[in-house]
Design a protein around this ligand. Sequence first.
Ligand code: ASP
Length: 315
Amino acid sequence: MSFTLVIHGGAGNVIPAILNPDLELQYTQALKDALDSGTEVLKKGGSSVDAVVAAISTMEDNPLFNAGKGSVFTKKGLNEMDAAIMNGRNLAAGAIAGVRNIRNPIQLAREVMLHSGHVLLSGSGAAEFAINQGLTMTPDEYFFNQLRYDQWVEIRDTNFTQLDHKGDNLKSHTPDHKFGTVGAVALDSEGNLAAGTSTGGMTNKRFGRIGDSPIVGAGTYANNSTCAISCTGHGEFFLRAVVAHDVSCLMEYKGLTLHEACNVVVKDKLVKMGGEGGLIAVDTKGNFEFCFNSAGMYRGMRNSEGKEAVAFYGQ
Ligand code: ASP
């Protein structure tokens, strides 16, 4: 079985000074657990879509990451989550935005892709669909995390989202702990690509704010003729730069390699806009990329040739 799985657990100010040895061990284990879940599927000849869902679900269940259980708090002190999945074989996609009380948002995104007849459901409509599909609603307490709560309390009286929208050249003003989204991209033994992303968004975000993660082409994209991409970073910039689709377009229309295309978008275009973050990518040959313009990005990969990597800090 030939396969490649690449994952991320968010980009941002990931530097040795904010991670003590114990936390480093915890993140290493968490990333390995997600790689285990995803490669378990791929080893048995399962699909890239199912591998992406498995890897992301494991990270959603781990409060270290800003997705599912560890989601950040909104301005109103709630947890509102976004997620998307895309199948590179047929360009099918499913996404949910602004949902609450869903334990594994990536699983609901897959339900949307497979059974809703739509691509993106939001808020109470997404919740109603979840109940119809037999997913159980999870109480607010499950999502409570003291660290995330304290981070929110520290900044809840600030207005950083307004600052962020003042002008095109403005740099990211949000605090360092804003990221932590999770994502996975995979190539399966049939040669099919898939990408998925799941997030609690940004700490102190406005009620109803939706980032790039659930938007096909911005934070998540997969196409067997090019690549599969999952992004993490300051969503307002990734939305306007249509990051994931731009990487795919540079490969499709300009013939760039995966490495070249990722670098143009993340290290040139996004930097000029002031957008901090990064992405993971894989193509149909099993080439993969970790590309970021932030200090670091929680990341990992494993393939059928026995190659494995887990890292946090800048290269
Ligand atoms: N991109 C996500 C958002 O803006 C945040 C992140 O990647 O951590 O919602």
